[in-house]
Design a binder for this molecule. Structure first.
Ligand code: ZN
Length: 62
């Protein structure tokens, strides 16, 4: 099975995980979050994006 590189979107921890198929995501070993980004060269075969992608805008004045 191929090893893919992931980057956690929660803590930003980069790790490698073996996935059964290209497209599968592995949970972050640090925080255990499922919100990870695949860094390894993956084929553009995204069918159905996970909703819930909100960008935390840091806006503080003062
Ligand atoms: Zn994490």
């Amino acid at each position: 099975m191929p090893i893919y590189e992931f980057t956690c979107s929660e803590c930003g921890h980069a790790f490698e995980a073996i996935v059964p198929r290209p497209g599968a995501k592995a949970p972050c070993p640090e925080c255990g979050s499922k919100k990870v980004k695949q860094g390894f060269s993956a084929p553009a075969a995204f069918s159905g994006r996970d909703s819930g992608e909100s960008a935390p805008s840091c806006s503080s004045s003062g």
